[in-house]
Design a binder for this molecule. Sequence first.
Ligand code: FES
Length: 148
Amino acid sequence: MPDRAQKVSVQVRVNGKLHSRVVEPRCLLLEFLREDLELTGTHIGCDTTYCGACTVLMNGAAVKSCTVFAVQADGAEITTVEGLERDGELHPIQKAFGDCYGLQCGYCTPGLMLSALQLLKDNLSPNQKQIRWEYLPVHRLSEHFQSD
Ligand code: FES
């Protein structure tokens, strides 16, 4: 078992660019992205793995980066909100959020966009129930309180 203070080398490809860093084993992927790589588009909301504001794609699958250690992402390919646009052009999901006023305060929007990408990868025509129950945990919480 490694000493808590012992640092570990990680190599992670983020938005197509390979990054090598030495991190503490307890370093979260969220911290790695925001603090080591200065990719601050990934936000921390609840810190209890519920809100999804910190969602990124890891090897093409949506993960909450507050529940993944940076060492677990060693060798992985990560996509953050900064990696969505191409050559100055918004990704269609970014454009759709803007066109449909899906931004609200904007704090969790990056996580929502990446969750939506995962949703559409799995199901191109999701119904409202699938969207609410399978991909947007915040709605599950609000519906829980409305039903009480
Ligand atoms: S910060 Fe809320 S799920 Fe990660």
